[in-house]
Design a protein around this ligand. Structure first.
Ligand SMILES: Cc1ncc(C[n+]2csc(CCOP(=O)(O)OP(=O)(O)O)c2C)c(N)n1
Ligand SMILES: [Mg+2]
Length: 799
């Protein structure tokens, strides 16, 4: 559909509204211009702005309602200002990196400018009534990464509308009327995530209005190199078919045409909201007056013709012409308004700069007073006073200056026993505490750590079942008791997952709560993220651990950073369920745990050794609010386990290792499927006179919160870290935790050892696996080798 302006002003436009829109667009533009200036003059480090995209965003804001969600990117300042969820003071505070939530509520100064977010959580971490608020998910920089979560943000409305068991959740939805508004730049549409998301939402028929801001470029690279054609043409295949089944209603409109933009957004949003038909609005002919960001100048890559066109088609200029043409205001009236707005934005900038600087100055002055006091009795008085003078002279002071000065001063004062030194040390301690709160708080909520442990109870009647039946019973009880839980993944719905953990549950709980998805790991994660942002509790499946690689980027960039990057303002407590470590071959038996461990700080990584422990972890996670990856043991589904009598209540605590076997000679620390293999090895080692203490860490993140493993080393004085990851992978991680953090090195009589998989992927077949991964014999030889080193007479070499 191509929208065209009508020749006369639609009666719906009042003079008041039009002028208010013009003024907002103009102010937003002024803020962009001033923002760039602030960066170039050294007051801010980097700036990226929404100039050129103002009108389209004002149109989008007109149809954005309470309960709706935005998932967009760094160009959206005008939209955020228009819905009142961003102010000009906040705009400048973020530019200056003002590290105070009161001034910069989106990220508390943690993210660079133009990373918008509303706060979904109260200070105590509980949900606000999202259905009655304007919501924006928190922006991230990687291009296209705002897309996956739109799948869930939109799909949540469908669930809230169609599932009667969710009718009581009015805090999150009013009958699923909420729309997910996505925004993306033209060039970012070259990302795989864009197409994966468009396809997924088209399949799900979930209410998303997706806007593409097309300014013809991605930094310096024009559309011809980004895309195989005009985006509207490329997307035309997604247009709903004639019977109105599937796909999208698609629109294209010029980004400088105020009236057409408003009409288009009204049409699209009404259709999407009322009928849950997703829509795409390709906003063309947008400009980027100041170029991409403060990092470069557009004259280097845009032709003079293009630059001239951009001047002529600047949406502000066109809007002004339209206002004049419609005789809504005269040139002189508009000039006067502009002048007022220029003055106002400049004043706000000055106010925001002062607000940013004042507390820093105060901190520095306090520190300087302390230093001057100490300097008075020091032989280094001149050097110390010079440091103070230098700090006070700085025009753009930062706290870093005083921290560096403190450290330099302590080096100077190291040989002097002055009473004032302890004051300085106290001061530094306080600064570190404040710094931790400013920049390091809220990586985790730690809520799962305080879930009370309820042990599994067994009785004479407890049946013995296959592992898959244990998880299946676990999920059944979870679905029965918690309507917020929604599960999906490849082959998870109709088939009940490839190992039958969900067998029969789709039939029981319906195809919305237990569903199949396309093969689309990134947007399976996105589906989970969006649902979790809207108060639901998704269990999203990655079919095999090896395919977690596809999901790692979005988990790392979006989920793992979410709570931290909003300083506790948002959360997405998703549960990623996967299975792995052992099957056969390169892509079905990998154990990429260190990849997950290092990229997913901010999530929990749980590695249950059997299905009972897995269910216990699911119960714990659902009683808390932290995102987690749970890796079930692939070859455990057919092993027999006892079904506990309290399957719906029992919990397994996170961060608490379990000692599976007590011993006094060597501590073996492992997890997952190797628990069983190490236990077999320990039996054989017992026959050789070696007494193994076997510890299952169960939970890699968090890791052994009570330092239990070091207690074992105190007894055995020897330790082996064992797993199927690459050398130096998760074994290296565990070693650092135990030897460095827990201080385990002090108790060692033998060199610590690791035993891991090979550096390559596991080869196929029984033999391939044997030569690729640690096996019982490797464990026996390694542990026995430690004993041989310490007492060769008692434990002679095998050969
Ligand atoms: C994954 C990733 N690759 C590269 C970048 C660097 N980068 C930031 S913005 C941008 C261009 C985006 O262009 P477009 O989507 O058209 O948005 P526009 O800035 O033009 O509004 C690039 C390449 C990034 N942020 N993320
Ligand atoms: Mg662009």
């Amino acid at each position: 559909m191509v929208a065209k302006s009508k020749s006369a002003v639609d009666k719906k436009f009042t003079r008041k509204e039009v002028l208010a829109d013009y003024r907002l667009a103009y102010r937003s533009r002024r803020a962009s211009l001033i923002g760039r200036r602030e960066v170039l003059s050294g007051k801010a480090k980097f700036g990226i702005f929404g100039d050129g995209k103002e009108l389209a965003q004002i149109a989008m804001a007109k149809v954005f309602q309470k309960g709706d969600f935005r998932s967009g990117y760094y160009r959206d300042q005008t939209f955020m200002l228009a819905i009142g969820e961003h102010t000009f003071d906040e705009f400048f505070a973020q530019l200056f990196a003002h590290a105070d939530l009161a001034a910069e509520p989106a990220t508390g100064g943690r993210a660079m400018n133009a990373h918008f977010a509303t706060r979904s959580l109260n200070e105590d971490g509980s949900w606000k009534p999202l259905a009655d608020l304007y919501n924006s998910s928190s922006d991230i920089s990687p291009t296209g990464s705002q897309m996956p979560r739109l799948v869930g943000l939109a799909f949540a409305s469908k669930l809230y509308r169609e599932l009667k068991e969710l009718k009581d959740f009015a805090q999150f939805s009013h009958n699923g009327n909420e729309v997910a508004f996505g925004t993306i730049g033209n060039a970012s549409c070259a990302e795989g995530m864009f197409w994966e998301t468009v396809n997924a939402v088209g399949v799900l028929q979930a209410p998303m209005v997706l806007s593409i801001w097309d300014d013809g470029y991605g930094i310096s690279v024009p559309n011809e190199i980004q895309l195989a054609g005009d985006l509207s043409d490329l997307l035309s295949g997604f247009q709903r078919n004639k019977n109105g089944i599937g796909g999208y209603e698609t629109f294209s409109v010029a980004g400088w045409d105020y009236q057409a933009l408003i009409e288009t957004y009204k049409k699209a949003a009404t259709l999407t909201r009322e009928e849950h038909v997703p829509t795409i609005i390709h906003v063309k002919e947008l400009t980027q007056p100041q170029g991409h960001s403060t990092s470069g100048s557009q004259e280097r890559y845009k032709s003079s013709e293009r630059l001239k066109w951009e001047e002529e088609f600047d949406c502000l200029l066109k809007f002004r012409e339209w206002i004049r043409g419609q005789e809504i205001a005269t040139e002189a009236e508009l000039d006067k308004l502009e002048e007022e707005d220029r003055t106002e934005i400049e004043a706000i900038r000055a106010r925001a700069w002062e607000a940013y600087k004042a507390p820093i100055r105060k901190d520095i002055e306090e520190f300087d007073d302390l230093l001057v006091e100490v300097a008075g009795s020091s032989q280094h008085i001149d050097a110390l006073n010079a440091m103070v003078k230098e700090m006070l002279a700085s025009t753009n002071p930062v706290r870093l200056d005083m921290m560096i000065a403190y450290r330099k001063a302590m080096v100077l004062l190291k040989d002097e026993n002055l009473p004032g030194k302890s004051m300085l040390v106290q001061w530094k301690k306080k600064q570190d505490e404040i710094g931790r709160d400013r920049y390091s708080s809220d990586l985790y909520s730690h809520s799962s750590e305080s879930v009370a442990e309820v042990k599994a109870k067994f009785s004479e009647n407890s049946p013995t079942l296959n592992g898959f039946e244990i998880v299946n019973r676990g999920f059944d009880s979870i679905f029965r008791r918690d309507p917020r839980v929604i599960a999906f993944g490849e082959d998870l719905g109709y088939l009940g997952d490839v190992n039958q953990g969900f067998a029969g549950l789709q039939e029981k709980y319906g195809p919305l709560r237990v569903s199949d998805t396309g093969i689309r790991e990134v947007t399976i994660m996105g589906q989970a993220i969006g649902l979790a942002l809207r108060g639901l509790r998704p269990i999203a499946e990655i079919q095999y651990l090896d395919y977690l690689l596809y999901a790692l980027q979005i988990l790392s960039d979006d989920v793992a950073t979410l709570r931290w990057r909003t300083k506790g303002g948002q959360k997405a407590p998703i549960i990623v369920r996967t299975r792995g470590h052992r099957l056969e071959g390169i892509w079905h038996s990998g154990s990429l745990m260190s990849g997950a461990l290092h990229l997913l700080r901010g999530m929990l990584i749980l590695v249950p050794r059997n299905m009972l422990q897995a269910v216990g972890f699911y119960n714990t996670l659902l009683a808390a609010d932290e995102p987690a990856v749970v890796v079930e043991v692939l070859n455990g589904y057919r092993l027999k386990e006892k079904l506990p009598d309290n399957i719906s209540e029992f919990t397994v605590p996170v961060g608490v290792p379990e000692t599976l076997r007590e011993g006094k000679d060597v501590t073996v620390v492992t997890y997952g499927p190797l628990c069983r293999i190490a236990s077999e090895a320990a039996d054989i080692l017992a026959g050789l006179g070696v007494d193994v203490e076997l510890i299952d860490v169960q939970s890699l993140l968090p890791f052994d919160l009570q330092s239990r493993i070091v207690e074992s080393i105190k007894k055995t004085n020897r330790i082996l870290f064992l797993d199927e990851d690459v050398p130096g992978g998760a074994t290296g991680f565990m070693m650092q935790e135990v030897l460095e953090k827990q201080g385990g090195y002090q108790w060692l009589d033998s060199a610590p050892r690791t035993l891991s998989g090979k550096a390559h992927r596991p080869a196929y077949g029984t033999d391939g696996n044997y030569w690729s991964k640690p096996n019982a014999e490797d464990i026996i030889y390694s542990v026995y080798g430690m004993m041989n080193e310490s007492n060769p007479r008692k434990f002679p070499k095998f050969y």
